[in-house]
Design a protein around this ligand. Sequence first.
Ligand SMILES: [Zn+2]
Length: 336
Amino acid sequence: MDIHQRDDLRFPQSLPDFLRLFPDNEACVVYLLKLRWRGGFVCPYCASVGDPLRFSSRPSVLRCRKCRRNTGLTVGTVMQRSHTPLNVWFWAAYLVTSQTPGVSAVQLQRQLGISRYETAFQILHKLRAGMVRPDQDRIGGKANEHVEVDESYVGGRTRGKGRGVHGKVIVATAVEVRQRKPGTKLDKRKGGRYAGRVRLAVVPDRSGKSLRSFVEGSVMPGTKIVTDDWGGYDGLTKRGYDHIAVAERGDHQIAEEYMPIIHLVFANLKTWLMGTHHGVSHQHLQTYLNEFTFRFNRRFYPFNAFRSLLGIAGDVAAPTYAELYSGEWSHPSRFR
Ligand SMILES: [Zn+2]
């Protein structure tokens, strides 16, 4: 069953709502228990059913009443091995995903009343690791949607005046273009079109080789793709795409007419990079592009973003036997 249809795993709609749902560590334990074992705890070792024994000193440990073996509730999640209460993790993930530009370690420390800066920094670091892992699957592939592809220079921060080109990197971008239902409130803007998912990558140059390999890695074959008439996009038809090259010739009107969404994405990206990070260095740009992609692709789905940062998104099934044994908390020998 889809998690969004489970009333017992509701996602908070506001900060007060969040505090009601996850007031303390125990509320989060109960949430994780329900997420993993919908019909109640089942021991992964002996398969017996029934409430496990719990220990106040180790709130994430569940001990089977029958075989007496321990199961770690947070094994396989970002919270594994952490001494920070689960509700602090939940809160941090909520802040990181619900605030569009993100949150700094200092802000997190202050807002959550975390005594040590290092703790806040570690939490944020681990949560961000989930954001900067690139989305792997290719976009497009739907008959009623097309994908706009373009490349743009993005300014990086320049330090010193050594060798090499300073300040500019080429970022290739692909974005799904979706159509709003006629009669809805926003269907007049941009012809009712809006952005679906994006893919962004730093490319070495604007050559056909670079741009085609970006497209092949980012967009499903068979997709209708709209680009400008730059020669670098020649050959996409031969590679199985339904390619439409629009002659922009620097004409803003034509660009706005045929590729409105990708220019919006570039504008958002540049604003975000400048505003939040005051520009970023070249070697970190792809990491920031991945974070931008994570936030952009989940902007309508805060629940998914929240769960994937905590590492509780994937399957709702119990951890595997191997996972149980790799987690030091859950290793039975520790408690003998
Ligand atoms: Zn058991």
